[in-house]
Design a protein around this ligand. Structure first.
Ligand code: SDX
Length: 367
């Protein structure tokens, strides 16, 4: 029996396993299977990147055609799946979509039999479930035409709009949200997968974990405060007052990125183009004022969620969809991690150091 090893709280900077799916470093580099994630966001399609993450290499054109066709076919909800999503969405209309999405995923009957297909089926179906949960019994916007891919179809299902340029922007953000090493929700998925509980319970654990504001659930608050400031001065005052009260500002800080989050940098560049198109330069100016003040005051960089919230707002997407969009994209990274975990599995079960009372005798204590 090997000796226990004590590690920092929160497993900070602790390498718990090896992975060949993605890698980040404190200097602000993020790679997916060896390729720069921001290069993929700039030049690849969602389907190419999903195939790369799941299979470990970029698809040939024949493989891409086959994968895209399979993804599109799998994205259609069965009658039972649609009925469950409609029931949950209309029974619990006040629940955040992420909560209802978790319930539907843990409850639906999957069409696929083998685990690999079940993983892909869940990822493929999340946009349809999200749309159904939001629009309820009302007919959700017609799906994108036969020719449109995952991102354009998803964009249309949540906005009702077919806009090639805005869908392309949406696709870039989805690619950046797809994967991020052993972040909390991916690690929760791997812990569940390591017990051999199977794909649905593993996705349910990941969806439950993603919700936390320290992980995925920050972008709603980010948008609220960003839309509340009306000048650069107000933006700076907002930062100073939060820091003075020792409160955290959502959208800033990261366990790994200490200089910059490459995704935030990339998205900020993309936002400039969209901001000009729809006259929202001021919103970007105030956001940059907040970012500068945070860096000046605490040397804490913006993380992906800070600029993603602005990007989604500028793409005309409503705030209740923000976290579910993160989940939809990350479900492809979860696909890859589930497979990697079970392919070379060891139950994830750490030790703990007991610091509670000892040698108490039941029945002998004074009441
Ligand atoms: C994502 O892990 C991933 O990969 C996540 C993610 C992914 O793709 O899956 O990249 C997604 O990055 C979104 C993160 C969204 N959450 C937020 O934006 C919430 C605000 N951020 C923080 O709560 C925090 O920065 C964390 C949780 C993201 C990281 O926290 P750590 O590594 O545990 O660091 P910490 O909380 O111990 O903070 C260290 C110091 C503290 O100051 P001191 O007590 O040492 O003086 O930095 C300060 C913190 O107070 N700090 C902040 C801050 N974040 C850290 N101060 C003000 N505002 C903040 N946002």
């Amino acid at each position: 029996m090997t000796e226990s090893i004590k590690v920092p709280k929160g497993l900070e900077r602790v390498i718990v396993d090896q992975t060949s799916i993605s890698s980040t470093d404190s200097k602000g580099h993020l790679i997916y299977r060896g390729y720069s994630a921001t290069d993929l966001a700039a030049h690849a399609s969602f389907e190419q990147t999903a195939y790369l993450l799941i299979n470990g290499k970029l698809p040939s054109s024949a493989q891409l055609t086959e994968f895209s066709k399979r993804l599109k076919e799998m994205s259609n909800l069965t009658t039972q799946q649609e009925a469950l999503a409609e029931f949950i969405g209309t029974t619990y209309p006040d629940n955040p979509i992420i909560d209802n999405l978790r319930t539907v995923i843990s409850g639906i009957k999957l069409e696929s039999k083998d685990e690999s297909s079940q993983l892909l089926e869940m990822a493929a179906k999340i946009p349809g479930i999200i749309s159904k949960l939001y629009y309820g019994s009302a007919q959700s916007p017609a799906k994108g035409g036969a020719q449109s891919g995952y991102a354009a179809t998803f964009y249309r299902m949540i906005t009702g709009k077919s806009d090639i340029s805005l869908s392309k922007h949406f696709e870039k953000l989805l690619i950046l949200y797809m994967e991020h090493e052993f972040n909390a929700s991916t690690f929760a998925l791997r812990v569940t997968a390591s017990t051999l509980a199977g794909p649905k319970p593993s996705f349910t654990s990941a969806l439950a974990t993603l919700k936390g504001p320290l992980h995925g659930g920050a972008n709603s608050e980010i948008l609220n405060y960003l839309l509340s400031v009306k000048s650069r001065d107000e933006a700076i005052k907002y930062v100073d007052s939060k820091l003075a009260k020792k409160e955290k500002i959502m959208g800033f800080g990261h366990r790994v990125y200490k200089d910059k989050d490459p995704r935030a940098e990339f998205v900020k560049g993309q936002i400039r183009e969209v901001a000009k198109r729809n006259g929202m330069e001021k919103l970007l100016e105030f956001a940059e004022a907040i970012e500068e003040r945070m860096w000046e005051s605490k040397r804490i960089p913006a993380n992906v969620d800070f600029y993603a919230a602005i990007y989604l707002y500028m793409l005309g997407i409503k705030e209740p969809f923000y976290l579910p969009i993160f989940a939809a994209a990350r479900s492809f990274g979860w696909n890859a991690h589930y497979k990697e975990q079970v392919a070379d599995n060891k139950l994830i079960r750490p030790d703990s150091e007991y610091i509670g009372p000892k040698n108490l005798k039941f029945g002998h204590d004074k009441a």
